[in-house]
Design a protein around this ligand. Structure first.
Ligand SMILES: C[S@@+](CC[C@H](N)C(=O)[O-])C[C@H]1O[C@@H](n2cnc3c(N)ncnc32)[C@H](O)[C@@H]1O
Length: 300
């Protein structure tokens, strides 16, 4: 397997070339041209707030010659890119995949072959519901390695911005991240009885379209109708909105909220810790629904 590297050894002219980021490197004798494999970085852009980028992600974005980016990557983050970088949008929307995954994989392989330093920029973390692993596998199959730079996933970003912890002693001893959307809109095939656990926080990604089915299945497996739910829309951005609801009415409340943009559902007793006065002032108006008064446990 060929290693992706900006240093390549040219056997024909018996000389090492160390010209980073060039499409082609011409050896000193001037007759031999070879392609240099480029570095590809799968970079997590976090949930939206540019301040939540890692230092490494910020540096790579500013250095990249090519940026292949998703719809969820904000304009503010793209503004950190080198103005001369070649930008390739491969945005995906629910039920609309303008660039199919195979084509995205091909683009990455092509960029790796070109020798250009390429950042594949993905919302949140590349390896959490981001298909980053499929892209890494495709690059590997073509003979290139890539480096993965983790990002703050939506669950962490939304939990922090709303002040709701994903675990809390006495309320949730674990957290499960699940997808509310299946490949090619196939029926949801989840471990419903395992998920209906009152001691675990459930975080549902891509769940808006199926929240009615998700809540009904959890109710049917015995999770309490009054289980609190926080839905966060455009988390960590200036257009963040939230609704507080319960398992038996979340489907209705989500329709009424008419969310635009990504939504994450946090389901479980940790949501009782949500307090509107912990919301920073700019976000206070974002609350679409006044929460009922939760009975807080003594240890909360
Ligand atoms: C394809 S998944 C990508 C997840 C991403 N890789 C991550 O780690 O956050 C897209 C889903 O993530 C969630 N999401 C991403 N960013 C969000 C945000 N700023 N606010 C709320 N939900 C978000 C939504 O559920 C959205 O439908």
């Amino acid at each position: 397997m060929q290693e992706a590297s900006d240093t390549a050894s040219c056997i024909a002219c018996a000389q090492d070339t160390k010209t980073p980021y060039s499409e082609t490197s011409t050896a000193a004798i001037g007759v031999h041209t070879m392609k240099m494999p480029g570095r590809v970085y799968l970079v997590g852009a976090g949930p939206g707030d540019p301040d939540l980028l890692t230092v490494k992600a910020t540096r790579l974005i500013s250095e990249a010659e090519v940026i292949v980016y998703d719809r969820l990557v904000s304009k503010e983050i793209m503004a950190l890119a080198n103005p001369h970088a070649h930008r390739i949008a491969v945005g995906k929307e629910s039920k609309r995949h303008p660039v199919p995954q195979d084509a995205i994989n091909d683009i990455l392989v092509k960029q790796a072959k070109s020798g250009r330093m390429t950042v594949r920029l993905k919302g949140g973390d590349p390896f959490i519901f981001g298909r980053g692993s499929e892209e890494a596998i495709a690059l590997r199959a073509a003979g290139f390695t890539c480096e993965v730079v983790p990002g703050i996933t939506a669950a962490q970003g939304c939990a922090a911005s709303s002040g709701v912890p994903l675990t809390h002693r006495g309320l949730a001893s674990g957290v499960r991240l699940i997808t509310g959307h299946c490949r090619q809109d196939e029926p949801l095939d989840l471990d419903w009885s395992g998920l209906a656990d009152p001691n675990t926080t459930l975080v549902v990604y891509m769940g808006v379209a199926n929240i009615s089915e998700i809540s009904s299945r959890l109710l049917a497996e015995g999770l309490g109708a009054s289980t609190p739910i926080l839905a966060i829309n455009n988390g960590t951005t200036p257009s963040e909105r939230r609704i507080i609801s319960t398992l038996d009415r979340v489907a209705e409340d989500a329709v009424r909220a008419e969310f635009k943009g990504p939504v994450l559902f946090i389901i479980g007793q940790v949501v009782t810790l949500y307090q509107t006065d912990h919301v920073c002032p700019i976000l206070r108006d974002a609350i679409a629904y006044t929460p009922p008064t939760w009975e807080l446990p003594a240890y909360a």
